[in-house]
Design a protein around this ligand. Structure first.
Ligand SMILES: [Zn+2]
Length: 67
């Protein structure tokens, strides 16, 4: 049994393209002022609080029409 007061609940980041949750270890792309940046939530947990558009890496390529 888990206690929500004890277990931290991570906010979920959703892909702007497919609207699925982006997993911590999935390659993802975030749009920044400097252009798209490939990263992952595991490497940069602060991204959970970002308000920038986030995509699965594959979805970002698809959204740009690269596929
Ligand atoms: Zn996606």
């Amino acid at each position: 049994m888990s206690d929500p007061e004890v277990d931290p609940v991570l906010p979920l980041l959703r892909c702007m393209h497919c609207d699925e949750v982006i997993g911590a270890y999935e390659p993802m792309v975030i749009e920044t002022h400097h252009g798209p940046c490939e990263t992952s939530l595991a490497a940069h947990p602060a991204l959970y609080e970002t308000e920038r558009p986030c995509f699965h890496r594959a979805c970002y390529a698809e959204a740009r029409g690269d596929v």
